[in-house]
Ligand binder design. Structure first.
Ligand SMILES: NC(=O)c1ccc[n+]([C@@H]2O[C@H](COP(=O)([O-])OP(=O)(O)OC[C@H]3O[C@@H](n4cnc5c(N)ncnc54)[C@H](O)[C@@H]3O)[C@@H](O)[C@H]2O)c1
Ligand SMILES: [Zn+2]
Ligand SMILES: [Zn+2]
Length: 396
């Protein structure tokens, strides 16, 4: 079959690889109809992880079941399914408690909890940017979708970014009426902002520098903040006068800021007005902009090894964080891979009910063969490339 193979920094190729086959009685083979490119793939694509050439990328996968293993009980050939990016067993203590992003049995790397398709250090699971995908523990990992081809651009986002954005809001414990600052208007940031609105937030700021992405934030009812044009901390504080933290009836300007914050950027964070990166800048900015006793959700990715980091400490994933301010303000912080299975069936039902339409982020659909071009444009964040879905079955 054809698949997207990582060849080295800034290089992928569509190559012939061996077809997946049933390796365990609870496996299924899925014929992929939609597979999305993720900002997480870009960290590998840019050579900013320990990923070695040869990996087949693709952890956001949807398709039709082609073949079922003899022990599969809940799925049939022909079922339309979307898989969480996490590979999880369903029986370890973390899976049982809903922490499927930290499954204890699927990753052979010692001490590493959690597995994923087509991702460095996440186990031996071949990615789905390909014609076919093997899904282990299929009864646990497949989410059934309505028959047909409807809402495909919405359902594909259930594999990762819709649940991941929602997870950001959950980690920050966003509640009705609250104000939130979301950093990053990439697919994850936009889904986090959208999820805050679904949860009833009254005011959502979205910070980025890419115009088309900020436009999407405005379209859904958020306040776009271009960090090259304004200083985010000052701008957000000015617009969040701290009235809920008033002393008497007087808004207390000293406590201006938002109730909650979400980091949907991660370690490859840019510095305003410069081409330079500072891996701690978003976290430190959030610590400033969130009110005392608020919370910060961090779905943005941080890695323990970054070969392209700006300094020696950051190369080992050690960042300069304003921990003193964090403590002083009593801000809680939650982070980690999203446990997709915890949310995906509920978010699917919101889509089916017509109460969520996450596909507003999907900007481009490409054939599998066009993956090198799609990676290049998405990586440069040009021409309105916000979220790309590859369609292995699409005719030329
Ligand atoms: N926790 C999880 O399970 C999970 C799942 C998927 C993705 N992720 C991670 O989430 C992050 C975002 O993913 P994405 O697909 O949206 O990626 P993306 O790279 O498309 O988006 C990141 C955005 O951040 C913006 N940005 C850069 N520096 C900034 C700064 N200082 N302030 C504000 N914005 C800034 C960029 O312009 C870009 O639009 C990535 O780190 C990705 O690896 C985590
Ligand atoms: Zn992803
Ligand atoms: Zn498990």
């Amino acid at each position: 079959m054809k698949a997207v193979v990582y060849k080295g920094p800034f290089q992928v190729a569509v190559e012939e690889v061996s077809d997946p086959r049933i390796e365990h009685p609870n496996d299924v083979i899925v014929r992929i109809t939609s597979t999305a490119i993720c900002g997480s793939d870009l960290h590998m694509y840019e050579g900013r992880t320990a990923a070695q050439p040869g990996i087949v990328f693709g952890h956001e996968n949807l398709g039709i079941i082609e073949e079922v293993g003899p022990a599969v009980t809940s799925l049939r050939k022909g079922d339309r399914v979307v898989m969480p990016f996490n590979v999880a067993c369903g029986f370890c203590i973390n899976c049982q408690r809903g922490y499927t992003g930290f499954c204890l049995t699927v990753n052979p790397e010692p001490g590493f909890a959690g597995g994923a398709y087509g991702y460095v250090a996440m186990g031996p699971y071949t990615g789905g940017q390909a014609e076919y995908l093997r899904v282990p523990y299929a009864d646990f990992n497949c989410l059934k979708l309505p028959e047909g081809t409807e809402l495909e651009d919405d359902f594909i986002l259930l594999a990762d970014i819709f649940p991941t954005g929602y997870h950001g809001a959950e980690l920050a414990d966003v509640r009705p009426g609250e104000s939130v600052a979301v950093f990053g208007a990439g697919p994850v940031g936009l889904m986090a902002a959208y999820s805050c609105l679904l949860r009833g937030a009254s005011k959502v700021f979205v910070v980025d520098r890419v115009k088309e992405r900020l436009d999407k934030a405005r379209e859904i009812g958020c306040i776009p903040v271009n960090f090259d044009e304004v200083k985010p901390v000052e701008f957000i504080k000015e617009q969040s006068p701290g009235d809920r933290l008033a002393t008497g009836s007087v808004p207390n300007k000293a406590f201006a800021g938002v109730d909650k914050g979400i980091d949907a950027v991660g370690y490859q964070a840019h510095v305003r007005g410069a081409a330079r990166e500072d891996p701690a800048i978003v976290l430190n900015t959030l610590i400033e902009v969130v009110r005392p006793t608020g919370a910060i959700g961090v779905p943005g990715l941080y890695v323990p090894a970054d070969p392209g980091a700006p300094d020696e400490e950051a190369k080992q994933g050690r960042l300069r964080l304003a921990v003193g301010r964090l403590f002083e303000k009593g801000i809680r912080l939650g982070t980690g891979q999203c446990n997709v299975k915890r949310y995906n069936q509920y978010l699917r039902d919101l889509i089916i009910a017509g109460r969520a339409k996450p596909s507003f982020v999907v900007s481009h659909r490409h054939r599998l063969e066009e993956a090198p071009l799609a990676y290049e444009k998405f990586d440069k964040r040009v021409e309105g490339y916000v979220k790309v879905v590859l369609k292995p079955q699409m005719a030329a």
